[in-house]
Design a protein around this ligand. Structure first.
Ligand SMILES: Nc1nc2c(ncn2[C@@H]2O[C@H](COP(=O)(O)OP(=O)(O)OP(=O)(O)O)[C@@H](O)[C@H]2O)c(=O)[nH]1
Ligand SMILES: [Mg+2]
Length: 194
């Protein structure tokens, strides 16, 4: 086993087995999208102005190079989301501020639009509940209920597409590894499905 691992790590280091993946980060304004992307790319948390135009950045995890598109979440900017979601190999992250009841109601309608969009029927969607460090934050089960997504079936290995909900905090760096592990596992599934 040691030799297999050793050769695998050597090949990894030499650049074999490298994969590219694309993700798009959607969600209402103030959900924490830009904060998360900055953390994934630079390993640090800093303050950002509300995003006015789409931007992308890259980060590597294991043998996967992720290119992530961060789109502004204010209502006037949401009509361009569909320009970034059409490739079924693009993994869609939808971030919901788990401390903000009004934004959870509005997010529910946006998430249901994505889930019911025929063009996205094979696209992977990961719902992310943000800011779990705050005392007002609700838990995963409660967020799933309030978004009414349980009835779509949750899991990485669902038959038509991966769909799940994970909770995290950029501020406290909680749930980040689980999120990126989920994305890494998802890459092979979307590549096989599409
Ligand atoms: N408590 C807490 N606050 C956070 C966390 N992540 C982001 N925030 C705060 O949430 C606010 C919005 O963060 P952004 O990352 O700019 O949100 P956004 O989703 O990019 O917003 P738009 O660009 O307007 O779409 C800022 O005040 C952040 O400091 C977190 O993990 N915990
Ligand atoms: Mg932003």
């Amino acid at each position: 086993m040691f030799f297999v691992d050793w050769f695998y790590n050597l090949f990894l280091w030499l650049g074999f087995f490298k994969k590219d993946a694309k993700i798009v980060i959607l969600g209402l304004g103030n959900a924490g999208k830009t904060t998360l992307l900055h953390l994934l790319v630079h390993g640090a948390v800093k303050a950002h102005n509300p995003t006015q135009r789409p931007h992308n950045d890259s980060f590597t995890y294991g043998n996967i190079n992720f290119t992530a598109y961060d789109l502004g979440g204010q209502s006037a900017l949401r009509n361009i989301w569909k320009n970034y979601t059409q490739d079924p190999k693009t993994i869609i992250l939808f971030m919901v501020d788990s401390t903000d009841p009004q934004s959870i109601i509005e997010s529910k309608s946006e998430i249901h639009d994505l889930l019911e969009d025929e063009n996205l029927k094979n696209s992977a969607i990961l719902v992310l509940g943000s800011k779990i460090d705050a005392k007002e934050a609700i838990g995963r089960e409660s967020l799933i209920d309030q978004l009414d997504i349980r009835r779509f079936g949750l899991g990485l290995n669902r038959p038509d597409r991966p769909l799940d909900c994970l909770m995290f905090s950029s501020l406290k760096r909680v749930g980040i590894k689980e999120m990126v592990d989920w994305l890494s596992n998802c890459v092979d599934i979307v590549n096989a499905n599409n």
